[in-house]
Design a protein around this ligand. Structure first.
Ligand SMILES: C[S@@+](CC[C@H](N)C(=O)[O-])C[C@H]1O[C@@H](n2cnc3c(N)ncnc32)[C@H](O)[C@@H]1O
Length: 416
């Protein structure tokens, strides 16, 4: 039974709703609303005279009251969720991503695919970029991890699980990040863990995936995001190639389960990874072993914003990657975040070889490329040039006009 839509009337000054303004309607733009505070209802957004302009998902308690699904007076078709999920999956297949892994050769180690794609860790659904606000779905070979971050998607969990079930041949994890649940006012359910037969899982094996032919394992249930950072997949390969061309060792700050370091080691250079989390470093070490690059890699537990005084870091590196967590959640955090990053960059740039490459990463929407440029030390006789401006891979599409969907920036500089 379709729910009665909620009607949201915009203030006169916000009544020119244009696709180029993005898909979010914030509370300050709303003058009146009619209907129960029910996130499973669709919202019809009207101008100040009551003329329908657009339709979207309704989050009654959030500052983002509506996330638009379509413009115009007509509501989206009843099966919009199913259609959009199908379109997202078709889109990945057309990119050569997210297709079923091949069968293992007889005698291959358990879980080791030897035929089929070289990448089996893929973002299959990327929120607004796939027209599915509040929903992320990452595929780890046969296992899927869903992340639900809005009240409207949480209200549709049963429906979307049923749409996805036929595509999932392994385990199925559903995450409700507590901060999102609080902001959106939905009850964060405990992690739902089930096996292929729907039976509960006690001690799950790590999630495993291939990335450009390398094997990685990340914790299950996931401890950071959905488990891995697929957005940096292609950047890990590009920077490993740069590191191999230079020939000097690579320093991977904020290494998580070893991505940049292991790619570089496979490309033939020594690599040191640093992270503050002991469990992810244990997996980084295990991943190096899985890929037979243990001899080329070393791992340090430490604070990337700290003095970096571990003896393993006291050398000259040909390539340095600084990939911190999200350090500016709002514009207000910018000053502090830039200051912390600048101090880190100053420390590491003293250890960068001439002609070496420094990759500065930001996964904070508010910390843009121009801010990364500002972090480089100047006036010390060092010259820098920006040689690459990278972003997330093609499985992280961004909806046109949705500036907030732009978050990952990786600027690569060469020291001259
Ligand atoms: C964005 S992730 C890095 C992703 C990783 N480079 C990759 O390619 O998969 C940020 C990492 O920084 C780590 N981290 C957070 N705060 C840190 C700190 N102060 N010092 C060192 N590592 C930190 C987190 O544990 C996480 O692994």
């Amino acid at each position: 039974m379709p729910r009665v839509p909620v009607r949201i009337e915009l203030r006169r000054e916000h009544s020119r709703l244009r696709p180029s303004d993005g898909p979010w309607v914030r509370r300050r733009a709303v003058s009146k609303q009619w209907g129960p505070p029910d996130p499973s209802a669709l919202a019809c957004v009207t101008d100040h005279r009551g003329t329908p302009l657009a339709w979207g998902l309704y989050s009654p308690e959030s500052d983002i009251v509506v996330r638009l699904l379509c413009f115009g007076a007509a509501p989206p078709p009843e099966d919009w969720l199913e259609r959009r999920i199908a379109a997202a999956l078709r889109g990945r297949a057309a990119l050569g991503l997210g297709v079923s892994p091949g069968r293992a050769e007889p005698g291959a180690a358990p879980g080791e695919p030897t035929k089929g794609p070289m990448t089996t860790g893929v973002r299959m659904i990327n929120t607004e970029g796939d027209g599915l606000p509040g929903l992320v779905a990452d595929r780890y070979r046969d296992d899927w991890v869903l992340q639900i971050t809005t009240a409207a998607m949480a209200a549709r969990q049963a429906e979307l699980t049923s749409c996805l079930k036929e595509h999932v041949h392994g385990r199925f994890f559903v995450l409700h990040p507590p901060a999102a649940a609080e902001r959106e006012g939905f009850a964060a359910a405990p992690l739902a863990l089930s096996g292929p037969d729907g039976a509960p899982l006690a001690e799950p094996e790590p999630l495993e995936f291939l990335e450009h032919g390398l094997r990685f394992r990340v914790p299950a249930p996931p401890s950071q995001k959905t488990g891995a950072y697929f957005d940096q997949r292609d950047n890990r390969r590009i920077i490993a190639e740069l590191a191999a061309s230079h020939g000097g060792p690579l320093l991977d700050l904020g290494c998580h389960v070893g991505g940049f370091a292991i790619h570089a080691a496979r490309a033939g250079v020594d690599a040191v990874g640093l992270d503050q989390s002991a469990p992810v470093l244990a997996l980084a070490r295990a991943n190096a072993e899985l890929n037979q690059v243990s001899e080329r890699t070393s791992w340090v537990r430490g604070d990337l914003f700290g003095p970096l005084d571990d003896p393993a870091l006291d050398r000259v590196f040909g390539t340095i990657v600084v990939d911190p967590p999200k350090i500016a959640t709002s514009r207000r955090d910018l000053g502090r975040a830039i200051k912390a990053m600048r101090a880190c960059v100053r420390r590491v740039s003293e250890r960068l070889a001439p002609d070496g490459a420094l990759a500065l990463c930001s996964c904070s929407h508010h910390l843009g490329r121009e801010h990364l440029d500002e972090m480089l030390p100047r006036g010390l006789g060092l010259g820098w040039t920006r040689i690459l401006s990278l972003g997330p891979g093609p499985d992280h599409p961004v909806q046109l006009g949705h500036g907030e969907g732009e978050y990952l920036r990786v600027n690569v500089y060469q020291r001259r």
